[in-house]
Design a protein around this ligand. Structure first.
Ligand SMILES: Cc1ncc(COP(=O)(O)O)c(C=O)c1O
Length: 216
């Protein structure tokens, strides 16, 4: 007997995030919409996940790790997957972040945008991203981002049989996604120190008598 859908969803997360988390994944463009125009796509509501259950089961059967959902109004712009935001780079120092009212604003994406700009010197473009831009090869690397894996690299995107493979390939995470992921996780484990951090530490020490700092 097949396992229940919710269990399979958790298994997918385990596969994506804990086993081959850094290995590029193949995803497909979904025929379904994750959220309605002016709907609840931008909040963490259970119904958003219900909307993607059938689609994820179908994607798995077809050999894809995830679905990319398009904007529900025109179905020409990319939004996000069922459980992660999308980031892209042109390989020329720009990080492109799809913008839409129906994307859940990921804290990981926000952190990566900060890291890209302030630690890696990248330019940030938060804008509508057309599927055609991706399929015509405008971006060298892409990634799915979320708390669990930080970044799962995109290897290929299949749009109804038409496949686009990122230049970074299907074997390893590309250099830009690797740099972003390592920098963010480095900050999380305190291996990367920003130039302002010693200054902040000094301020903390100066005021360390205060009950607030003392309780940290
Ligand atoms: C629909 C959706 N998008 C994006 C994310 C990633 O968000 P975060 O980085 O806050 O984990 C999640 C995480 O649960 C999600 O469910």
């Amino acid at each position: 007997m097949g396992s229940p859908v919710w269990f399979r969803r958790i298994s997918l997360l385990k596969t994506l995030y804990f086993k081959g988390g850094a290995k590029p994944i193949a995803v497909k463009i979904s025929d379904f919409d994750r959220a309605a125009p002016h709907g609840t796509g931008n909040i963490k509501a259970g119904l958003n996940y219900a909307m993607s259950l059938h689609a994820i089961v179908t994607a798995h059967k077809e050999g894809f790790a995830e679905n990319i959902y398009l904007d529900p109004a025109t179905r020409t712009k990319i939004e996000e997957t069922g459980g992660a935001n999308i980031i892209l780079t042109d390989g020329q120092g720009t990080l492109v972040v799809p913008k839409s009212d129906s994307i859940l604003p990921s804290i990981t994406r926000r952190s990566l945008v900060y890291v890209a700009e302030h630690y890696c010197g990248m330019k940030i473009e938060e804008r509508e991203v057309y599927l055609d831009e991706i399929m015509s090869g405008k971006f060298t690397e892409g990634g799915l981002c979320g708390t669990a894996a930080v970044i799962s690299p995109l290897g290929s995107i299949n749009d109804h049989g038409k496949e686009f493979k990122f230049a970074s390939g299907m074997e390893e995470m590309g250099p830009v996604m690797t740099k972003l992921r390592e920098t963010l996780t480095g900050i999380q484990i305190k291996a990367v120190i920003h130039m302002w951090q010693p200054f902040s530490l000094m301020v903390l020490l100066l005021f360390s008598d205060s009950p607030v700092v003392g309780s940290l």
